[in-house]
Design a protein around this ligand. Structure first.
Ligand code: AMP
Length: 396
């Protein structure tokens, strides 16, 4: 490895902000997002070192090397910093001390500022508002009494969320009636974490936009995805979203406005609620590739993973044009066996992506299918015809 890295040093010094192949990219985290980033980076000629505590993690199969360490292990981060030319990450939970070290000792073009904001729902909402975006009305909840006052203000239902660490609906409680208040108060009282209360948003659709910006300031937003969740886990991304053109443009402009305001480098995935009256609220953001952007792998001229690598390495951004209607459906643990059984007869317009995870537990993301057709309705019919997923809630 040492010889290879010495060889790459010459390339990385051509321009401090542009990282050319065959430089080495370090990826913090070795899950499926790291794996798909690494696959695209390798196509471009980069080398990859991933840091992840799990042997045989999805990214390890496609990386040049893995540093086996916990994400908060400073020694591991130091090793990574020494061995790579540039560092990126595939998840948000990176401690301030690790980020500070990586910024000082290596090259972290995405910086820590936006990551820090998105690590905490309260900071995130304030940042969105400062950048000119709207969010659902919310209140910080510091005590059981705050919760009583909050529910009085917002009415039922309202959503109690942890400020940190929640994902796929975990760390959330929907308060539907007064009887739920006790459970909410007990959570707040437990004192393990901080909470916010959000007013319920009777949204018409959930949509998301992935936007990319490189250090040179070039910005591009991918087509809007319409997202359908089941049990709070993303089930389908439907592109083009079944929304009016002016809403599509408004969502794209909002994404670009946020990217510019945050001086984004890399990708930012922005999940939004579209209201009946056409208003858009930002629900949450992730400064990395996102499950709702997997459709780009077949749907767009450039995938979100290639775009991420381009943005982080300060290469010109790729074309984000949608080539054909595409629906992405997630393969969770319970779907894997039926998908494998049908794999040899799958229509060639159904592209299978599997993450190489050994244990197919219920609701664990094991892979996804990207299904292309003349229209999203046809793509949805193809998925329905496989009889693997519950497609009841796909009507527009
Ligand atoms: P989150 O983890 O914040 O993305 O929430 C998970 C899911 O819960 C979202 O995708 C929505 O379907 C739903 N949800 C979250 N917050 C609200 C809200 N304030 N009003 C209505 N639905 C919500």
């Amino acid at each position: 490895m040492t010889n290879q890295l010495n060889q790459t040093e010459a390339y990385s010094k051509i321009d401090i902000s542009t990282i050319l192949p065959p430089s080495t990219i370090g990826i913090l985290g070795g899950g499926q997002l790291g794996r798909m980033m690494a696959l695209k980076a390798r196509e471009l000629g980069y080398r990859i070192i991933t840091l992840d505590p799990t042997e045989d993690c999805p990214c390890s199969h496609v990386a040049d090397a893995q540093i086996l360490a916990e994400y908060n292990d400073l020694e591991g981060a130091k090793q990574l910093a020494q061995q790579v030319d540039v560092i990126t990450y595939e998840f948000e939970n990176i401690g301030a001390n690790i980020a500070a070290h990586l910024e000082a000792e290596s090259f972290l073009p995405q910086g820590y500022d936006l990551l820090y904001k998105t690590q905490n729902r309260l900071r995130e909402k304030r940042a969105i508002e400062e950048a000119g975006g709207k969010v659902a009305p919310y209140l910080p909840i510091l005590s059981p009494d705050d919760l009583v006052q909050g529910v009085k203000q917002f009415g039922y239902p309202a959503v109690l969320k942890t400020t940190e660490g929640g994902y796929d609906g975990k760390g959330q409680l929907v308060l539907r009636q007064e009887e739920d208040l006790k459970e909410g108060q007990a959570l707040v009282q437990s004192g393990n974490t901080e909470w916010i209360l959000e007013k319920w948003v009777p949204f018409a659709k959930e949509i998301s936009v992935i936007v990319a910006r490189n250090a040179g300031g070039e910005v591009k937003a991918f087509p809007v995805s319409e997202n359908i969740h089941q049990d709070n886990i993303l089930h389908l991304s439907i592109v083009p979203a079944r929304i009016d053109l002016d809403v599509e443009q408004k969502a794209n402009q909002l994404a670009i406005q946020l990217a510019q305001s945050f001086h984004l480098v890399g990708l930012l995935a922005i999940e939004m609620f579209l209201l009946e009256d056409g208003q858009i609220y930002v629900n949450e953001m992730a400064p990395r590739p996102h499950n709702s952007g997997h459709y780009t792998q077949q749907g767009c001229r450039t995938s979100q993973f290639e775009q991420h690598i381009r943005a982080v390495c300060n290469l010109p951004l790729g074309d984000v044009e949608l080539l054909q209607p595409t629906v992405m459906v997630n393969i969770l643990g319970q779907h894997l066996e039926p998908v494998l059984q049908q794999m040899s007869q799958l229509d060639p317009t159904c592209k299978v992506h599997l993450y190489g995870k050994k244990e197919a537990q219920k609701n664990r993301k094991m892979g996804h299918l990207n299904v292309m057709a003349e229209s999203v309705e046809e793509a949805l019919k193809k998925i329905d015809a496989l009889h693997i997923w519950n497609m009841e809630d796909t009507k527009s």
